[in-house]
Design a protein around this ligand. Sequence first.
Ligand code: APR
Length: 247
Amino acid sequence: MFTMKGEWAKDAPPQLMILSGAGLSAESGIRTFRDAGGLWEGHDIDTVCNFDNWRENLTLVHGFYQARREAAAKAEPNPAHQAVARWQTRWPTHLLTQNVDDLLERAGCADVCHLHGRLQDMRCFACDHDWEHGLGPWTVGEDACPNCGNTDAVKPGVVFFGEMAPEYRTLQRAMDSLRPRDVLLVIGTSGQVLPVARMGLEAPGPTILNNLEPADAIPDRCFDHCVYRPAGEAVTKVEALLERYLD
Ligand code: APR
């Protein structure tokens, strides 16, 4: 199992950086955000995922994330998650995801960097305690911080809009350490939040994008290879490209 922390050794063998988004988990039945029928169609981002007002909307916030925890608990890793776990054993890999589900871990991946946090985590803003709550229920007004007992300052451990995202430094470090022989693979993201198009243009080595369809924010010219197929079906083609560049 190759997993990378920190800087990559300069003379190391060719390495792989994988950034994934909601599209990676779509075939596991987890809704994406901006596709037709996506999560942001049925919910007001400013009510359920806004760092400036989440405490005024505690019931709606926890209700929204409870539904996402339940969906994640029912989901199973799909062939794309399993392929990522295989690739991590074949090549030194930086594995970063915008996803908050645990399907990569359940597919056998290690050292997954969750850029936007994890559904199973909780954070108490009364005492700054972070803990793994798991995917079970959370009842506002009843469930409390295990450290201080507070019941109205607990927030899901997912990065909200307007909130700092500490793991973005890991993303920048991984990008900075890419060399001409290293591959950047992006799977299942519209590029609306992270500068995915810029990443494709700035990566010094081969770049591969796998999405269901072209994304407005990611022009084809930004990546050497654009594979517009469901991630599970794109595995064979993506794997062949990885072997061409990394073996
Ligand atoms: N296989 C591959 N790609 C897919 C599939 C699939 N089966 N289904 C959808 N996609 C692609 C779509 O083409 C789209 O480009 O996944 C992308 C999903 O885009 P979004 O719904 O915007 O999800 P994402 O890019 O991960 O959102 C980024 O926005 O709301 C925030 O914090 C949230 O992490 C999330 C961030």
